[in-house]
Design a protein around this ligand. Structure first.
Ligand SMILES: NC(=O)c1ccc[n+]([C@@H]2O[C@H](COP(=O)([O-])OP(=O)(O)OC[C@H]3O[C@@H](n4cnc5c(N)ncnc54)[C@H](O)[C@@H]3O)[C@@H](O)[C@H]2O)c1
Ligand SMILES: O=c1ccn([C@@H]2O[C@H](COP(=O)(O)OP(=O)(O)O[C@H]3O[C@H](CO)[C@@H](O)[C@H](O)[C@H]3O)[C@@H](O)[C@H]2O)c(=O)[nH]1
Length: 439
């Protein structure tokens, strides 16, 4: 019999997972404690920007295959498999992951379970969390109910969430029984039969795969950004350097884009949680290098502010700065730990009048950074600017005409924080072009 699925926590990950599971043919109910989010989703609307997701979600909601609720009893009664997709942000008091939402989710769901079911964690967690949740689940579920936990980390990227979910590089599951393994094999059968590798591990390994993958990606970005610092000291060009490195297939070219560094709701908090957890285990030395990875990453933001200041003739006071980009990366409206907004706000606090434009992230940015000014186009943000900062590499910015933009600024000066513009084109249009890691 086809299992009925539920998704607990319908943010970026959960809403995507719910819609994609409906696309694979399952009946899915999404549950969240955020009533506004659930109301939007139930109306077939995605309350954040993610390409491809709105059409997919609306289609399955309209077909009655996908629904959303704030009633936990409803999902407890309906679900054969419950996917936990709640947030695990950085704790306010340090580096560790805040696991309270996961514990709440399990504590609220478990006592209501009346039928045999599998609870599958997808959130990113320190190894050992699944074992703790399994204990809580068994302790709180009614006696005699066959309830089990499994772990199934998620590797999707924002901006490509639907494609990454429907065509993942691999599916990793942490299980304690062949029943759990078979249930997950069966759920993902359409992907497995399309050739997606299905890897089975213990809980701790499955949890660790996710954190290790993000640590590796963060390290690769910080490596090239460390090289950018060296390039700045020697007059070399990090973009040419990365091109040459990438031609070695052992290194590869992906995640070698030097610039303002990584932000978002995942890489920064995941490497910090990894450091905190390893230290707790007495294995802190093994991942001490991740402190450098974090520090290199944050230094790029300071360097960007310095370059902007140089282009403002050494003082921000009384200067106008046009900022292109607010999201932590293009094709997303996510501003969690956004390097662009941190740079923009630092410059504002230093005395400049800063105006930001982003194709999708301005509503989120305006809530978090109400003191910044916002404009409704790139041209409007740059009007009268002493310097333009390119901080999130949306296609719209890469396609900007430097001649036309040159007509609205006060001075033709641009700092490309993402190494994504063509320096020759901008210089030919009379701009002073500066970038991170390039002469
Ligand atoms: N965003 C990504 O691209 C991505 C990719 C892979 C893994 N992850 C991991 O997935 C998890 C979720 O990330 P996200 O970006 O979707 O976060 P998010 O903040 O967008 O969504 C989390 C959702 O959980 C809900 N929630 C909190 N407590 C709840 C509870 N007790 N019951 C039900 N719902 C509850 C919140 O209201 C929110 O809607 C994190 O662990 C993250 O590291 C995220
Ligand atoms: O060469 C690069 C590649 C990325 N970035 C930056 O790195 C950050 C993260 O980018 P990306 O990894 O594409 O975005 P996320 O959506 O945060 O996805 C990461 O985090 C997710 C949540 O854990 C994982 O599921 C994904 O596999 C992992 O790529 C962004 O700020 C990018 O601008 C660079 O600076 N240089």
């Amino acid at each position: 019999m086809t299992p009925r699925l539920t998704v607990v926590g319908t943010g970026y990950l959960g809403a995507t997972h719910a819609a994609c599971m409906a696309e694979l043919g399952y009946d899915v109910i999404g549950f969240d404690v955020d009533e506004a989010k659930i109301a939007a989703l139930q109306a077939g609307k995605v309350p954040f920007y993610e390409p491809e997701l709105p059409e997919l979600l609306a289609r399955h909601v309209a077909a009655g295959r996908l629904s959303f609720t704030t009633d936990i009893q409803e999902i407890a009664e309906a679900g054969d498999i419950h996917f936990l997709c709640v947030g695990t942000p950085q704790r306010p008091d340090g580096y560790a992951a805040d696991l309270r939402y996961l514990f709440d989710a399990v504590d609220n769901l478990a006592p209501l379970l009346r039928r045999p079911c599998l609870v599958v964690g997808k959130s990113t967690v320190p190894a050992g969390t699944a074992a703790r949740l399994a204990e809580r689940l068994t302790a709180s579920a009614p006696a005699g109910t066959a309830v089990e936990l499994a772990w199934n980390p998620e590797f999707l990227r924002e901006g490509f969430a639907v494609a990454d979910t429907l065509h993942p590089d691999r599916i990793v599951v942490g299980v304690r029984s062949s029943r759990a393994e078979q249930a997950l094999r069966s759920v993902y059968a359409p992907l497995i039969s399309a050739g997606v590798p299905f890897l089975v591990a213990d809980f701790a390994t499955a949890e660790l795969v996710k954190v290790a993958a993000n640590s590796f990606l963060a390290t690769k970005i910080s490596f090239i950004n460390a090289m950018a610092e060296i390039c700045e000291a020697t007059g070399a060009d990090v973009v040419r350097l990365a091109e040459a490195l990438a031609l070695d297939p052992r290194i590869g070219g992906r995640f070698l884009q030097a610039g303002l560094g990584f932000g978002g709701g995942c890489l920064p908090k995941d490497i910090r949680a990894f450091i905190a957890w390893a230290e707790e285990l007495g294995a802190g030395d093994a991942v001490a290098f991740l402190r450098d990875v974090d520090a290199i990453n944050l230094r790029r933001r300071h360097r960007m502010v310095e370059l902007a200041k140089e282009q403002c003739d050494g003082a921000f006071d009384g200067k106008r700065v046009g900022v292109l980009g607010a999201a932590f990366k293009p094709n997303s409206d996510d501003i969690r730990d956004s390097p662009a907004l941190e740079v923009a706000d630092t410059i504002r606090r230093a005395g400049a009048a800063v105006t930001v434009y982003d194709p999708e992230a301005m509503p989120n940015a305006a809530v978090r950074y109400p003191e910044l000014s916002y404009a409704d186009s790139a041209f409007a943000a740059c009007e009268g600017a002493d310097v333009v900062l390119h901080l999130t590499e949306w296609r719209e910015f890469r396609d900007l005409d430097p001649v036309a933009l040159g007509a609205v600024v006060r001075r033709r000066r641009i700092v490309d924080g993402r190494n994504a513009l063509d320096p020759e084109r901008w210089r030919a249009a009379g701009w002073t072009y500066r970038a991170l890691g390039r002469p």
